[in-house]
Structure formats: C-alpha cells, structure tokens
Design a protein around this ligand. Structure first.
Ligand code: G1P
Length: 310
C-alpha cells in the first residue's frame, strides 16, 4: 500500500526560545525567510506525502494560518501586480492537505503520535519532527519509505553523533544488513548516558511506522522524563519475536537542528550560504566578518559541532 500520510507533532511549548516563543509557536521561527515548519512540510510533500496531520496544542493558531489562504495579503499583492510575492505567499497554502488535531495533555512524543490514530487508520505513515531539517538535496525520507515498503517494517532515521551528544537522543543497537545504508535495530534506549548508550547512532526526527505502533502506544507506560516515549514503543516492536522488526536508515547527508538556540543559528548560516539569491552576498560578508574574529578567541569558545551532520 502506498504511504501517503505524514504526522507532524507540533504541540511543544518551545521554552528554549523564550521570549520569542511566548506568543508564537517555535515552528514559526524563520530559518532564513521561511518558517521552520515549512521546510518539514515541503520535505513530506517531496517524498509523496501530501496528507499532513499536525498534532497541535494551544497557541498554535499561527501555524494553521500559515497553511491557509491569506486573502488580504493576496488581494493587496494582486492589485499591485507583485506576482513574485504573491507566489511566495500562496505557495504554503497549496503545498499540502493539512489537518489538525490537538494533543490535549502534553504527555510526550509517543502520546502525540497516538493522537494521530483516528486520522491515519490502519496504514503505514511517516512521522516528521519539526526540530530537524533535512537538506532537500539529500535523500532520507523517500529511502525510508522504500525500505518500509520492501520489508513491511517500521523504519527510523539514524545519524552518527559524537558520543558526548548521545544523551540528547534515542540511541540504537543495530546489526548490519545486506543494504549498506540499512541496519536492523536490535534495541533502543531513550536519551541514555554516554556510558549506557548501545552505540553512537542517534534517532533523528524521521520515522516511517507500521500501524501496529498504535496498539503498542496504547499500553506504553511513561518512560524517560515521565513521558510516553515513541522510542519505548519502537523498542517493543524491535524485540517482538516473529514480527517484522524495526530497521534504521543511516543518514550521511546534511541535517540542521533548529531545536536549540546555538544549532538554530548555525542552521540559518549554513542554509543561507547555499542560497542562490542571498548566498553570494552573504558568503562574501561572512568571510570578511569571520576574519575579524579569527584572531580573537573569546572566553568559553569551543570548536565542537554537536549533532550537526557532515
Ligand atoms: C525526540 C525523541 C528522540 C529523538 C529526538 C530526535 O526527542 O524522543 O528519541 O532522538 O526526538 O530529534 P526530543 O528531541 O523531542 O526530546
């Protein structure tokens, strides 16, 4: 069965970005000139998933407005004949068929995904987390869909991170398969300490799930942080004897983490330098500016690049 549905949990409070997120959802923070959430919806649509369900919460109206008509802006731009801006404003309206359901209680990612059950029904579906942006020039989601269809299993996206960073992610124990970029998942632990981590393969925010995950989530007990963890439900599916198991696609492309302030800043710079329109001027300025910093290390500086893909 072709996979057509994407679930995007967006109910988080975004407290790491206060005060910017006091009255605005964190998913609406601009990454260059588009809200972060638009990159994620574009990625889903690019992989053939036009049916998008957002799991929202309070204060998320701006998200709904972003994917809806903006008739006042449209008519003003149309009257002026500004077709380029009109195209930009209408793009996100027509991008996908977006649906919304509220999470209610913030009981964790597993709980958010379970709220999608009614809409998704008995079909495999994708889950995309808004904090991760995957470079549109690199392939991840479409490969995961392919692996899920071939193996009839749930598939997670894995990225090799520095061992010192693994405590920020779900971590996977894996075995090789005949496909170089695909591993079989033998165990999963949510946010382990570096000592307890089964590997430095981190789950990044892309999943293709079989509908059986809903039955598991119905009885998944709160785990790390007192929250119902998707990782725990997937661990159960991975351990189930006779089941299709869980596979991982090891991603070696570019991933931008917009989930905390430092990584968000890096994401904007990395995406802006590659833009055709802004890139040339921005690169020239950035080079000059970086040279003014080169000989002036400041207190507390490190050269680490936590969590950022190659
Ligand atoms: C969630 C998942 C975690 C995963 C991460 C990827 O955590 O629970 O397993 O590694 O997303 O971004 P969160 O970042 O929402 O705390």
């Amino acid at each position: 069965m072709a996979i057509t549905k994407a679930v995007i949990p967006v109910a988080g409070l975004g407290t790491r970005f206060l005060p910017a997120t006091k009255a605005m959802p964190k998913e609406m923070l601009p990454v260059v000139d588009k809200p972060a959430i638009q990159y994620v919806v574009e990625e889903a649509v690019g992989a053939g998933l036009r049916d998008v369900l957002m799991i929202t919460g309070r204060n998320k109206n701006a998200l709904e407005n972003h994917f809806d008509r903006a008739t006042e802006i449209e008519s003003t731009l149309a009257a002026k004949g500004d077709t380029e801006k009109l195209r930009r404003v209408m793009y996100s309206t027509d991008l996908a068929d977006v649906h919304y359901v509220r999470q209610g209680d913030p009981k964790g990612l597993g709980h958010a995904v379970l709220r999608g059950r009614m809409h998704v029904g008995n079909e495999p579906f994708a889950v995309l987390l808004g904090d991760d942006i995957i470079d549109s020039r690199d392939v991840l989601l479409s490969r995961m869909l392919e692996v899920a269809e071939e193996r009839g299993a749930s598939v997670i996206a894995l990225l090799e991170v520095e061992p010192s960073q693994i405590h920020l992610y779900g971590a996977a124990a894996v075995e090789a398969t005949d496909d170089g970029d695909v591993v079989r998942v033998t165990g999963l632990v949510e946010k382990p300490s570096a000592e307890d981590a089964p590997s430095n393969l981190a789950i990044i925010g892309r999943y293709v799930l079989q509908p059986e995950v809903f039955d598991v989530l119905e009885h998944t007990e709160p785990g790390k942080g007192g929250e119902i963890q998707l990782t725990d439900a997937l661990q159960e599916l991975a351990a189930e004897s006779g089941g299709p198991g869980v596979y991982g696609v090891v991603f070696r492309g570019r991933r931008y983490d917009t989930g905390d302030r430092l990584d968000y800043l890096k994401s904007i710079v990395q995406l802006a330098v590659d833009r055709e329109d802004l890139g040339p001027d921005f690169r020239a300025w950035l080079r000059k500016y970086a040279s003014t910093l080169a000989n002036k290390p400041k207190a507390g500086e490190t050269l680490d690049e936590p969590g950022v893909g190659a």
